[in-house]
Design a protein around this ligand. Structure first.
Ligand SMILES: [Zn+2]
Length: 120
């Protein structure tokens, strides 16, 4: 289960950011995760809830945007999307296939509660 290490990496980057910017807490985190990362969203949320307790992200909601696998043939330029990566172009049968999306692992957006904000 690599969701826990992913959650730890997220916390390691966001907790110091929160301190530096003097945010009171982080309320929402939007993640972009490529299908090739094989992250199970429910498992990630579960790990996040367990690991974030006691941090400024304890009440944060997590939204996961899954990025489909996108590949491009280096020979004929054909591009396609799919659930599983192909090792061969369906157009020209070339094996010169590049994966151009599906490996994302990024924080796309944050919603924070700044010090001095009334709500919360
Ligand atoms: Zn091709």
């Amino acid at each position: 289960m690599h969701e826990m290490s992913l959650v730890e990496a997220i916390l390691e980057s966001l907790v110091p950011l929160c301190v530096e910017n003097r945010w009171r807490k982080i309320e929402r985190v939007v993640l972009r995760i490529g299908s090739l990362r094989q992250v199970i969203p429910e498992a990630l949320v579960f790990c996040f809830e367990a690991a974030s307790s006691g941090t400024p992200l304890a009440d944060a909601s997590i939204e996961i945007k899954e990025v489909p696998i996108r590949q491009k043939c280096a020979s004929c330029g054909l591009e396609w999307e799919g659930e599983v990566p192909l090792g061969r172009c369906s157009g020209c049968r070339s094996v010169e296939v590049e994966t151009i999306a599906g490996l994302e692992l990024e924080i796309e957006a944050l919603e924070v509660l700044e010090n001095g904000d009334e709500k919360g």
